[in-house]
Design a binder for this molecule. Structure first.
Ligand code: NAD
Ligand code: DAU
Length: 341
């Protein structure tokens, strides 16, 4: 039995979207757990996300790069039960403009963490990979046995980190589990991704940029259902050396998501606007998570309509969180990235 309730957790990327939700939930669920966050605080990392736990004696924040062995090695030498690696460059559009930082963090950063764990053993290292490593799935759903066919620099870098983590299990017997989750939505998501970009643009009276036909589909899962799946994996036997798909079987197109968000905000579809398509835009992702459900009993608990409505409300009520993010470098990126038709 791994010490899920009393464990010492190192959460890399814990100032980002899913990492933040994991940290909050870990400390809420497990009064005896201790959580250290290691985060570089890139544009996507926000120290304010951790304000609700900052003064908790069970929590500690360390600023640093997972690709920097001089920081990672002594930190992991302190002793952890779990390393959960959320840290990554995560936005597909940015990876198309600048792949270098993706290779550095999403491949070399994973290597640096794995090397430290090789010297200082942990109970479980969880590599948070992504369903994008399968590439576009035009029919059915990818199982953990499906071939990997990443098609953009983000997903290719994530596939590198994913397989590197596996190799440390196969070669050095490091206890590694790899997760491949579908598209998350929820509070604290940086407003470059579809749901928070569309909600905040609509709140600002701006157009919602739809790539291509708007018919590309994703499987949308609430971040707390993803976090819950990770806790199920931490607690289960026999997860080492295995890949775990995590999905909600909740497939929606961009136009469906956009329409639903506008309805929730009391706005019309007139705000939807076509932009030049993302190069190599994957048509569809879909994963089969029956292996995880059968092994651990996990299932999705947040109904999509409720989760989306609560998420919209969160952005409405937390304009002081996202407004400052939609300025400076973000606006330069936004102008560079989108060509309205
Ligand atoms: P995010 O971009 O919101 O957060 C990433 C965090 O990592 C930020 O806090 C950032 O500062 C930090 N970071 C980046 N580079 C770092 C480095 N070199 N060293 C230390 N910290 C660094 O990302 P997210 O959406 O929360 O995604 C978290 C993880 O989940 C990623 O590994 C991503 O690939 C994976 N994932 C995300 C989704 C999704 O829908 N968002 C779905 C499946 C998998
Ligand atoms: O599938 C999991 C992946 O989901 C994660 O690994 C990534 O980190 C995460 O960013 C996400 O990748 P996507 O590329 O699917 O997410 P994004 O929110 O960028 O886009 C979702 C869909 O919406 C996609 O079909 C592109 C479209 N889109 C996106 C944006 C930001 C638009 O049409 N307009 C937009 O402005």
């Amino acid at each position: 039995m791994r010490p899920v309730e009393t464990g010492r957790y190192l959460v890399t990327g814990g100032a980002g979207f899913i990492g933040t939700n994991f940290v909050h939930e870990c400390l809420r669920r497990h009064p005896q757990a201790q959580v250290t966050v290691l985060d570089k605080l890139t544009y996507a990392g926000n120290p304010r996300n951790l304000d609700p736990v900052r003064n908790d004696p069970r929590f500690r924040f360390v600023q640093g790069d997972i690709a920097d062995a001089a920081i990672v090695e002594p930190l992991i030498a302190e002793g952890f039960d779990f390393v959960i690696n959320f840290a990554a460059e995560t936005h597909v559009d940015r990876s198309i403009g600048d792949p270098a930082s993706f290779v550095k963090t999403d491949v070399f950063g994973v290597y640096t963490l794995l090397e430290a764990v090789r010297k200082h053993p942990v109970s479980l290292f969880v590599q948070i990979s992504t369903d994008e490593v399968y590439g576009e799935i035009l029919d059915g759903a990818a199982t953990e046995q499906s071939p990997l066919l990443p098609r953009n620099p983000y997903s290719a870098s994530k596939a590198g980190g994913d397989r590197l983590a596996y190799s440390y299990w196969a070669t050095y017997d490091i206890p590694v589990a790899i997760t491949r989750c579908s598209n998350n939505y929820g509070p604290y998501q940086y407003p470059e991704k579809l749901v928070p970009l569309f909600v905040t643009n609509a709140l600002q009276g701006e157009k919602l940029p739809v790539y291509g036909s708007g018919k590309n589909t994703r499987d949308w899962i609430h971040a707390l259902d993803h976090v819950n799946a990770i806790f199920h994996i931490l607690a289960a036997d026999g997860v080492e050396g295995e890949v775990w798909n995590i999905g909600a079987e909740n497939e929606r197109s961009v136009l469906e998501i956009g329409g639903e968000l506008l309805r929730l905000l009391g706005k019309t579809d007139a705000l939807l606007a076509s932009v030049v398509d993302r190069p190599g835009h994957d048509r569809r992702y879909a994963v089969d998570s029956s292996k995880l459900r059968a092994k651990t009993g996990w299932k999705c608990e947040v109904p999509f309509e409720q989760g989306l409505a609560e998420t919209v409300r969160w952005y409405e009520e937390n304009a002081d969180w996202w407004r400052p993010l939609k300025s400076g470098e973000f606006l330069d990126y936004y102008k560079r990235n989108y060509k309205f038709l």
